[in-house]
Ligand binder design. Structure first.
Ligand code: SAM
Length: 212
């Protein structure tokens, strides 16, 4: 869900860097062939992720939740020449599509796709990540955050997507597990003095955090 009125959202999109050709193709193919295409970051949020990555110039990026690879390709745009992006997804059915698009990208040698449960894979990773994008498994955001935070260097950034959850986090009537966990995550981040935080109402809400 977008929180901006559609015409403002469209104006913002029109005054943003165009969506690169490869990402346009991936966006179209995902909408035509894959279930739940709304999960894909899309033009505006994709350019936001690209810009953030170019500002940070990370050496190591971790993404939790690849889906069809759209946000991974956006985040890879800011990598240092010797940098690497590791992206994890549990859904093996999307692997060949991701790899097909990654192989057409100038960053293909810097992107490592790991198929499996992020809860199992993250403890096996031994990198000092400068940028982490949490975009999978809403019930476990807090788990991923607490798993990663002690390993992140001061000055690292974490982005967490969908933290407004179509506005459901504001309304206590919504008691489903995902909404409750996202609400708990947002409160936890607010009270956590180890990070600076900024909740941006971009698309479905992006929490931007900087490790102190
Ligand atoms: C919202 S989509 C990611 C969208 C993608 N980041 C983008 O912006 O284009 C969430 C993805 O998380 C994956 N996922 C769910 N639970 C997971 C888990 N435990 N470990 C790894 N991936 C998981 C799903 O298979 C799905 O592809």
């Amino acid at each position: 869900m977008e929180f901006l009125p559609p015409e403002i959202d469209e104006y913002a999109r029109l005054h943003t860097e165009p969506e690169p050709e490869l990402l346009q193709q991936l966006n179209r193919e995902t909408h035509a062939k894959v279930l739940y295409p709304r999960m894909l970051s899309g033009h505006l949020q994709g350019r936001f992720l690209s810009m953030v990555s170019k500002m940070i110039r990370p050496r190591y990026v971790l993404e939790i939740g690849t889906y069809t690879g759209y946000s991974a390709l956006c985040l890879a745009e800011g990598l240092q020449p010797d940098g690497k992006l590791i992206t994890i997804d549990i859904n093996e059915e999307l692997e060949s599509m991701c790899r097909r698009y990654f192989s057409q990208s100038p960053y293909h040698q810097q992107i490592e796709l790991r198929i499996g449960d992020a809860k199992v894979i993250i403890p096996q990773l031994n990198y000092s990540f400068d940028l982490v994008f949490i975009d999978a498994d809403k019930e476990n955001y807090l788990y991923y955050y607490e798993l990663l935070l002690p390993k992140l260097p001061s000055g690292a950034f974490i982005l967490a997507d969908n933290v407004l959850w179509s506005g459901k986090v504001l309304d206590e009537q919504h008691k489903d597990k995902e909404t409750q966990n996202l609400r708990e995550f947002n409160t936890h981040i607010l009270n956590d003095t180890r990070v600076e935080k900024l909740l941006l109402p971009v698309r479905d809400g992006v929490m931007l955090m900087r490790v102190k």
